[in-house]
Ligand binder design. Structure first.
Ligand SMILES: [Zn+2]
Length: 127
């Protein structure tokens, strides 16, 4: 039997910031550094395409969660990602893997939405 009450992972209000590259769909990533014949350090840069960058950046407060399978507790930031393939090459992926026993989707975790955090922030008194 599993506990169906989701743990709410809240956004750390102090980490909410505008994304300077909001809307961008490419990122330049240095893939290799080398020294050329003149002794100058150069780097190979590759451009990666991706979904448009979000307008806001934020981090979640490390929140203690409990695995329903092994009963262990740990911070949600310790959750592991894992993926597997079926025989017909379908990929299954989870970002809710227990770091202690490896169980997938060990229990329900709900991430606070940014819009909710901003709404709550507007109501909270400023220090
Ligand atoms: Zn576990």
């Amino acid at each position: 039997m599993t506990d169906s009450t989701p743990v709410i992972i809240k956004i750390d209000r102090s980490t909410i910031r505008r994304n300077p590259s909001a809307g961008s769909t490419t990122t330049m990533v240095a893939v290799m550094k080398y020294v050329d014949d003149n002794g100058t350090i150069r780097q190979h840069v590759r451009e990666y395409g991706h979904e448009p960058e979000p307008e806001w950046l934020y981090e979640y407060i490390p929140t203690e969660v409990r695995c329903c399978e092994c009963g262990g507790t740990f911070k949600h930031t310790e959750l592991r990602d894992d993926y597997t393939y079926t025989e017909d090459d379908n990929e299954f992926w989870s970002s809710n893997v227990c770091p202690l026993c490896g169980t997938w989707d060990y229990c329900e975790v709900e991430y606070e939405k940014l819009t909710d955090a901003l709404r709550a922030e507007a109501k909270e008194p400023k220090p």
